[in-house]
Design a protein around this ligand. Structure first.
Ligand code: ATP
Ligand code: MG
Ligand code: MG
Ligand code: MG
Length: 482
């Protein structure tokens, strides 16, 4: 089943069940001081859950463009390394605002997956909230009973507050959730180890697909919970994961959502997908990031030097660096992926085609100027290498590495990689000292951050997002501070 048919089936099914299909909200949020990017389908309905808005329809469903690169949900480091986390992804969701509740939500999800889509029931597991002493909450037996109509006992798994209790913030609407996981391993593997042992264990083939949230409490400022007069349903399912399941693939990147783009990267770089882990990761990162960048631009967010724009710039540069380092792409290539992206996403999101020229131009210019910076940095680095070798020194000063990073956008591991080819290393302690000093300076400076890191505001808290490094297995160098 092709991706676009999957999306359509979801809409058709929920429409047939009296849901109104609503458009995706923008992925880049302009007027929300607490959130920079939409990270879940429910974001646009926040005010309904808070009781500030009356819902126009009691049942709605949609496909929402989400981005998880900051704050509470930051999946950037997983992207490309695993097969099922993206920066940008589509979340399919259905909502009930004070209308149907737990049992019906479970019935709908089950019917859609097993009857509409024909997914093998024996592969499915449901997690339910096990209860919590501090909150004086019992196990969510209501959900367990609803699942027991469909699933054997062993496929209904207790989950902790961390995984199975959703809260909007420190206060406000909250409630238990129930997640559907699927075991995609082959029969032999499934026989040798039961799937329930692998649920929620980051197993690449036993993955979460759908989260059903039962919003039934309000957390007050003193931490206590009171039942809500109106109970709501909020669900979210990863579209790319669902397509992978239905297309019988081992990875989201093997579906028709990503393959045309990956083929295009392969044709531009002359590197085959599958040639090595390192080049595969690079290709997946690029295939992922081009979506984020193109969709941000259609939402009116161009790469820039602060806030959301800086996050987008970092993601673009990250893709360029992966291409540069692992696929020998030293000419702008990202905008060359747009036709393939439009081929896969253009029908569902016509704004891509409508703004193709602008996206193309913005990406090309960004890339060109960043590549120049990279090249200037490399020339400088070569001079340093010559000097070091001439003097028979082995350790490059951390200050120099920091300058390369700070001024020329060179991540430390790229510097180290180039140096290692000549038998040189960086004084990392010194580098970290410089980095920390820079962090302190930026914390003190009120506005624009131009280093390769950024502090984002989310949920009213400053949160450090992480440095922009390569995170491949080969060159792991983490300087995350939090
Ligand atoms: P995971 O545990 O796999 O990180 P999650 O629990 O963080 O997922 P939810 O917040 O419950 O995810 O979001 C609802 C659904 O959206 C998930 O069940 C999953 O199918 C999908 N999803 C979440 N994060 C991503 C991502 N980074 N890329 C693709 N799909 C995702
Ligand atoms: Mg997650
Ligand atoms: Mg999860
Ligand atoms: Mg979840």
């Amino acid at each position: 089943m092709r991706a676009k048919e999957v999306r359509q089936k979801f809409f058709d099914f929920f429409r047939a069940n009296q849901h109104v299909i609503v458009p995706s909200a923008p992925m880049v949020l302009k007027n929300d001081p607490t959130l920079m990017f939409t990270n879940a389908g429910m974001n646009q309905f926040k005010d309904i859950f808070l009781g500030n808005h009356k819902p126009e329809h009691l049942r709605v469903a949609n496909a929402q463009k989400c981005l998880r690169v900051s704050g509470k949900h930051n999946d950037l480091e997983e992207v490309g390394r695993d097969s099922y986390h993206h920066t940008m992804f589509e979340m399919l969701g259905n909502w009930s605002f004070g209308d149907y509740f737990k049992e019906k939500a479970i019935d709908l999800a089950w019917t859609f997956l097993t009857r509409e889509l024909g997914i093998d029931k024996s592969r499915l597991y449901a997690t339910i909230f096990e209860g919590d002493d501090t909150d004086k909450l019992a196990r969510d037996d209501e959900a367990a009973t609803a699942w027991a109509k469909y699933l054997p006992e062993k496929h209904i798994i207790n989950g902790s507050k961390k995984d199975n209790f959703w809260e909007m913030g420190d206060t406000g609407p909250c409630g238990p959730c129930s997640e559907i996981h699927i075991d995609l391993r082959d029969e032999y593997q499934r026989k040798s180890q039961p799937g329930y042992e692998l649920v929620n264990k980051d197993h690449p083939e036993v993955i979460e697909i759908w989260n059903l949230v039962f919003i039934q409490y309000n957390r007050k400022a003193d931490g206590t919970l009171i039942p809500l007069p109106q109970k709501h349903i909020d669900t979210g399912m990863g579209f790319e994961r669902l397509c992978r399941v239905l297309q019988g693939k081992k990875s989201n990147y093997d579906t028709d959502i990503f393959q045309p783009v990956i083929r295009q990267i392969s044709s531009i770089s002359g590197v085959e997908y599958g040639a090595s882990d390192e080049t595969d990761i690079a290709m997946r990162v690029i295939a992922d990031h081009i979506r984020t960048i193109a969709f941000s631009i259609t939402d009116g967010q161009l790469p820039s030097n602060n806030k959301a724009g800086y996050v987008i710039r970092r993601i673009l540069r990250r893709a360029v660096r992966y291409g540069y380092t692992f696929l020998n792409m030293n000419r702008p290539f990202m905008s060359g992926l747009l036709p393939a992206l439009i081929e896969t996403m253009g029908e569902a999101y016509p704004e891509l085609k409508a703004q193709q020229e602008l996206i193309d131009k913005v990406i090309y210019e960004e890339e060109e100027s960043f590549l120049k910076t990279l090249e200037t940095g490399i020339t400088l680095l070569n001079r340093i290498i010559e000097d070091m070798l001439g003097k028979n020194y082995k350790v490059v000063s951390g200050k120099v590495a920091f300058e390369l990073y700070d001024t020329y956008g060179f991540p430390l591991d790229l510097t180290e990689l180039i140096l290692s080819e000549k038998g040189l290393v960086v004084n990392r302690q010194e580098f970290e000292k410089e980095m920390n000093a820079q962090k302190a300076r930026a914390r003190n400076a009120a506005s624009v951050e131009t280093g390769d890191w950024i502090q984002l505001k989310e949920d009213d808290q400053e949160e450090f997002v992480g440095y922009d490094y390569f995170e491949t297995d080969v060159y792991i160098t983490r300087y995350r501070q939090i």
